[in-house]
Design a protein around this ligand. Structure first.
Ligand SMILES: [Zn+2]
Length: 287
């Protein structure tokens, strides 16, 4: 998925040095596997702490991973990390391809919401994927968008721009009230002008920037058109680790350092919003 060699990155005086809100994190079973995996709870909190990550949107396949992070309050407190739990729609890999029409997924979401977590209620649903945007009109996808808006749950969606319009159209407010984190802000390289049009159309649309093609130019600096859209919509972007495979845990600190480099290309107040404050605002958090 287009990894950049980051091992030569080191902190520079111009880099953003403040707190980070990791708005797209997975703690999947292969990372910890009931604490016998390569990245048990203390390992991942230590990586966040070393990276200056002070809050995370956590979701996992299955949801036990998020519950494990939420359970370990002492570990989280020691690392200074606030866990914001989301219900993932996947019990296993097979669910990626059918969740949008599978009523047992909807029932699982309701059961998880009713149960809650040791750090309080779930605050969102996702991440989910739509590899074919037409599946945004699946029966369960539609029901989940209605549920999200009604329960004020934030949606984390890995979809294309066409699916953003479809998901938004399926909410009672036609996309005027739903808060949706667009994972990768168009991983297929949606043109920045199209991203800008969607931002204008949907006030609750937030763009998360992991894996976004064309975001950074030579030397890891922000490309001009991205700098421009961030200056136009400073309250609408977020950063995330997307630890979807264990390799991403191994790269966690380097990936956060790479964010700090381009955040340093923005006016400090804008950098702080994208790095940190937009996440706090999205979940009504004080710090
Ligand atoms: Zn992801």
């Amino acid at each position: 998925m287009g990894f950049i060699a980051l091992s030569n990155l080191t902190a520079h005086a111009a880099d953003y040095a403040g707190p980070l809100f990791d708005a797209h994190l997975h703690y999947n079973t292969e990372a910890w596997n009931g604490q016998t995996g390569p990245h048990p709870v203390p390992d991942v909190f230590a990586r966040m702490q070393r990276s200056g990550v002070k809050a995370i949107v956590s979701n996992s396949r299955p949801n036990d991973g998020t519950l494990a992070l939420a359970q370990d309050r002492d570990e989280a407190a020691a690392a200074g990390v606030t866990v914001v739990p989301f219900v993932r729609l996947y019990r296993n890999r097979a669910d990626y391809d059918s969740w949008f029409r599978d009523d047992s997924i909807y029932d699982m979401v309701l059961a998880e919401l009713a149960r809650g977590t040791p750090v309080g209620p779930y605050r969102g649903i996702g991440e989910f994927h739509l590899y074919d945007s037409a599946n945004a009109n699946g029966t369960v996808a539609k029901k989940l968008m209605v549920l999200a808006e009604e329960k004020q749950l934030v949606v984390l969606a890995h979809v294309d721009d066409v699916a953003i319009d479809l998901l938004m159209a399926n909410t009672p407010s036609k996309g005027q009230k739903l808060r949706l984190i667009w994972a990768h802000t168009g991983i297929g390289g949606t043109p920045v002008k199209r991203v800008e049009d969607l931002m204008a159309k949907y006030p609750g649309l937030m763009g998360e920037l992991s894996y976004r093609p064309g975001l950074t130019c030579d030397g890891g600096v922000l490309c001009p058109e991205w700098r421009a859209i961030m200056l136009k919509y400073p309250g609408r972007f977020l950063i995330g680790s997307d630890t979807w495979i264990n390799q991403r845990w191994q790269q966690y600190e380097d990936n956060m350092l790479a964010y700090r480099v381009w955040l340093g290309n923005l006016p400090p107040a804008v950098a702080k919003k994208i790095a940190w404050e937009n996440g706090l605002a999205l979940f009504g958090m004080r710090y």
